[in-house]
Write a protein that binds this ligand. Sequence first.
Ligand SMILES: [Zn+2]
Length: 392
Amino acid sequence: MKNLKTINQETIKVTNQKKIIQLLYREKQLTKLRISQAINVSIPTVISNVKDLIKEGYLDETEVGESSGGRKPVIVRFLPNCRYSFGILITKEQVRIILTNLNFSIIVEKIINITDKVADFNNIIIEIKKEINNIISINDIPLYKILGIGFSLPGTVNEEELILKNAPNLKLKNICFKNFERDFPVPIFIENEANASAYAEAFINFNYVKSSLVFISITEGIGTGIIITDNVYKGFNKRAGEFGHMTIMKDGKQCNCGKKGCWELYASKKALLDEYKTAYNIKNNSLKDFMEMSKTDNKAKKILNTYLEFLAEGIKNIILILDPGCIIIDGEISEYKSLIETELIDKIFKQNDFYDKKECNVSFSNLEGNASILGAAFLPMRKLFFLDKKVI
Ligand SMILES: [Zn+2]
């Protein structure tokens, strides 16, 4: 049996190595002196850990730049292609599979359209397995280089037990992904899609305000993911962040959840398009048509203004409850950022006694619709990058 001292030393070693990997992911390359200053450990400790990480393939070192007479400075570089991860996004219409490296560059992408033939969930899993095995063999990737497969799912999940508890859109309940583990050559991870997106936003293109953020996905409904100190906040019963169903209008419209006046009935993409449809008495419509019309047509302008007021109202509540460093909005609506951003921000930060623009950065996702799937690919990497896998 290992004694306590050995275990502690090993824990410290792992912790230091994760700190070094995370730092170099963000900075790409640094000298050992800079690493030692940044993570506050001695240079001999950095040298020993960097040596181990080079052996495992995560880093390399090279001489660069001009020396001032003596030896040229040596920099340590992060090698993003040393490991890979699969991200899978399942929606009602399709399954999207990506393979990324540790820099979140998408190396391979496959789409499986959900037809009647694959509509059964077990068949969907069989199709995914086939695609994954194909990708691995065509690209000739050794299994040890694949950290795992992350699933981003439209529903409530217990990520520790690998259970998809309820996904109303997919008509799935209590699906245990542990049963699928033997079908796949590498470990499986699952997460709710808004939480996965929140991880992606917080980690990729990191900046310090993003360690406290709320991700708002505006689609048919509204999904939100909350990051507090680099971790997704799930709540006691793992259902925190159902902001789409907070009451924005007492005795308002009837929601599928059983309540009335939920935020998503007024601020989702569907809510906006429903208003448009009713006002112009049309059946088929697209957000693109509406946004185009709102540039010139007064009635459409008014609909957009009311919509933005409801959207702002909900965001104001979120800011008051959580005081996040930033709020990131995603969904098709973010493609019209230039049309709505200024007005939305003005409405959110209208004169009030609590907060102003400088204290919470409200912006639109710049992951180009990939937040959720990149978040899925991030799940197997968490162990590599993070000191603590605990989900709060
Ligand atoms: Zn509701």
